[in-house]
Design a protein around this ligand. Structure first.
Ligand code: AMP
Length: 519
């Protein structure tokens, strides 16, 4: 029997910082402190010989052992292994994320006892492969991942709770249209939601999984390093530790520039020193194109939602990078309204995840959930098909992006020859007509086909995107359910997941198929 308490736990697994939230006895979300007494845990992992150190201490090591610190790993999710050699080994991104989650689990235990069932958040713009990898990281860390939900949706739930929208019996009637602008350390998401009574409906979502505060930091690093190079003829970026120190100082300077108009960054390298004065205006100038990218994506998402700026009731700012004054300025220019800063940009996502976890637990216990969430898919789902006109491969889109979830689609494939034993379907995600420009989600092999089928026998393949954006496939032929297997190039197998789980969290494998999300 599992002795863990049924606590509602939400985890914001961020690119640069992570947070865990729980509900108090009155059902209000609060953020748990980590072992160092902080609410935010840096998502960095330091391989110090035999010891694996996570969080603040790992960030400190960037100044002395940069090559042994894994950071911004969330940006590499979906790759098979990291390029970086850590302790002489190349790890899959899932394992690094699992070490972070494992620390969060152990630290949370000190405050609330053992936890096992959790909700983990992902950027709305994460594709299916990255969603699965996040779920797998949770499994490796010893959790039962009840659900993964989109970060902006979680933030909107936290906002709804704060406004009393999710409270039983409160009916606002008038729907609110909310735009969530979420700029974190490594990813950018924009989501437009309609909140009516206890119903949270996503109308459109867009984003960039390679755009975040880290890119603003890098611009400052380059500015200071080039100034140093001009003065001394050597480049501090050539040495990973010097670069790490410079990045830490620049990240700090960036924060200062959110509060003040001027700061300076001192750079020491090989016994030489430079000191550069940087104004907020200069910083905004060298990062304007990054901000413009977010503005462009925001406009696109709004258009996809079918709304105008004047239809919006509120713009919610989420993610630490929205503290940069330029963010609120550009949104105010676009929309004509001042963005809302009433929810904590660092904690709202974890809080919303904990509220979502609570309503899942309620649902499992047969109670009526306090609110209902409808999401959309952030990327189109298709199969690689042959265009009969050109005879070239093309992406046959089955579920277009921004379709409300769960969504289903089916496609009939025909056997080519008599007695064919298997069918191979290449599943892709993306908007490009060329399958090679899309994300290769996996190959679905239907095997074995019933014996002695004539040529041209129809085989029906059904695709379903679940509410969390994960894919399920079913195959039927002549009314009979057929076995199939999805192979994913960069994913860990169920056995590998079990081995990593034992290694990192010491937890035994679970038999639950939902947890071993190997499909
Ligand atoms: P998150 O992923 O939401 O925790 O956001 C982390 C990002 O927010 C990092 O890139 C931080 O450097 C950035 N950040 C946090 N506070 C500030 C601030 N005051 N000004 C500018 N950026 C900040």
């Amino acid at each position: 029997m599992n002795s863990a308490k049924r606590l509602a736990i939400g985890i914001d697994l961020g690119t640069t910082f992570s947070a865990v939230a729980c509900l108090d006895d009155l059902g209000r979300p609060y953020t748990l402190d980590n072992a160092e007494g902080d609410k935010l845990t840096p998502s960095a992992v330091f391989f110090d010989h035999a010891e694996v150190v996570v969080g603040k201490e790992a960030v400190k090591a960037i100044a002395t052992d940069a090559s042994q610190v894994a950071e911004c790993t969330k940006r590499k999710v979906g790759e098979r292994v990291l390029d970086q050699l850590l302790g002489g080994r190349q790890y899959p991104p899932e394992a690094i994320l699992a070490w972070i989650l494992n620390k969060l689990r152990i630290d949370a235990r000190q405050q609330v006892g053992d936890i096992d069932q959790v909700v983990i958040t992902v950027p709305a713009y994460f594709d299916e492969v990255r969603r699965k990898a996040t779920q797998d990281a949770g499994y490796i860390a010893g959790f039962e991942v009840m659900d993964i939900i989109n970060e902006p949706t979680a933030a909107a739930i936290a906002y709804g709770f704060q406004q009393g929208i999710t409270a039983a019996g409160k009916h606002n009637r008038q729907p609110q249209h909310v735009l969530v602008y979420d700029l974190g350390g490594g990813t950018f998401d924009v989501t437009i939601m309609r909140i009516r009574d206890d119903d949270f409906v996503t109308l459109a979502t867009d984003g960039d999984v390679q755009l975040g505060g880290r890119d603003w930091d890098e611009r400052l690093v380059d500015l200071v390093a080039e100034d140093f190079l001009r003065q001394h003829g050597i480049d501090p970026r050539d040495d990973p530790n010097a670069r790490g120190r410079l990045w830490r100082d620049c990240e700090d300077a960036k924060r200062t520039l959110s509060a003040r108009n001027q700061t300076n960054v001192v750079c020491d390298y090989q016994g030489r020193t430079s000191r550069l004065e940087i104004s907020r205006a200069r910083f905004q100038e060298i990062t304007q194109d990054l901000l413009d990218r977010t503005a462009f994506t925001t406009r696109q998402a709004l258009q996809a939602s079918g709304l105008e700026w004047s239809d919006l009731d509120r713009i919610l700012l989420v993610g630490g990078s929205t503290r940069m004054p330029a963010v609120a300025d550009v949104l105010a220019d676009l929309s004509g309204m001042a963005p809302d800063r009433s929810i904590s940009p660092d904690e709202a996502v974890a809080h919303g995840a904990a509220l979502h976890a609570a309503q899942l637990l309620d649902r499992h216990a047969g109670k009526t959930p306090a609110f209902h969430v409808t999401n959309v898919n952030s990327h189109s789902l298709g199969v690689a098909a042959t265009d009969p006109r050109t005879n070239r491969p093309r992406n046959a889109i089955l579920i277009p992006r921004n379709t409300p979830l769960p969504a289903r689609a089916q496609r009939v494939f025909k056997t080519q020859k008599a007695g064919q034993k298997s069918i191979l379907v290449q599943v892709v995600e993306g908007e490009s007509p060329a399958p090679e420009d899309c994300l290769q989600l996996g190959k679905c092999t239907v095997r074995p086909l019933p014996p002695d089928l004539p040529a041209q026998t129809p085989v029906e393949v059904r695709f379903a995107y679940e509410e969390n954006g994960r894919l399920q496939v079913q195959v039927q032929c002549a009314g009979q359910e057929l076995q199939h297997e999805i192979t994913r190039d960069n994913s860990l197998t169920a056995d590998q997941l079990d081995r990593w789980r034992e290694y990192i969290s010491g937890a035994p494998p679970t038999a639950s198929a939902g947890q071993r999300s190997s499909e």
